[in-house]
Design a binder for this molecule. Structure first.
Ligand code: HEC
Length: 118
């Protein structure tokens, strides 16, 4: 009896530790994926403050005005289908996901971008 209670306790503890570990890993994934796939244009801090970013007229993704417009669905769509640049003389963002990022990676990236909300 005592043994089975102890087993349940251990399983419960391992589950909690496992879940905490998984969510940390997911947060890191978003930042890591951003660094590999997005930072060269948007900048590591997503402010668009890179040479490429300035040339393409990329918006500052940490700006509250942007976060009023974007959500997870819109960022997902941006990665999958690309973005039409609204600034005069700006360049569009090409669909980047094709054959490169899977749905889990896209979701992690979208969460990361949404979490930039000031
Ligand atoms: C080749 C350069 C380039 C790369 C790489 C790039 N982007 Fe973009 N991104 C742009 C441009 C250009 C725009 C359009 C101008 C704007 O709205 O900032 C844009 C716009 C966006 C927007 C604004 C969408 C909206 O609805 O207004 C989001 C979000 C975004 N990119 C996310 C990402 C993510 C996530 C990645 C990595 C998977 C990425 N971008 C990689 C150039 C790039």
């Amino acid at each position: 009896m005592l043994d089975s209670k102890r087993t349940i306790l251990i399983v419960a503890l391992l589950t909690v530790v496992g879940l905490a570990g998984a969510s940390v890993a997911r947060a890191e994934d978003g930042a890591e994926l951003w660094g590999k796939n997005c930072a060269m244009c948007h900048g590591k801090d997503a402010k668009g403050d890179t040479k490429v970013g300035q040339a393409m007229k990329i918006v500052n993704l940490t700006d509250p005005a942007i976060h009023a417009k974007i959500d997870k669905a819109r960022v997902t769509k941006a990665i999958k289908e690309g973005v039409k640049n609204e600034a005069a003389g700006g360049k569009d963002m090409k669909p980047l996901a094709a054959g490169k990022l899977d749905d889990a990676q896209i979701a992690a990236l979208a969460d990361w971008v949404v979490a930039l909300k000031p």
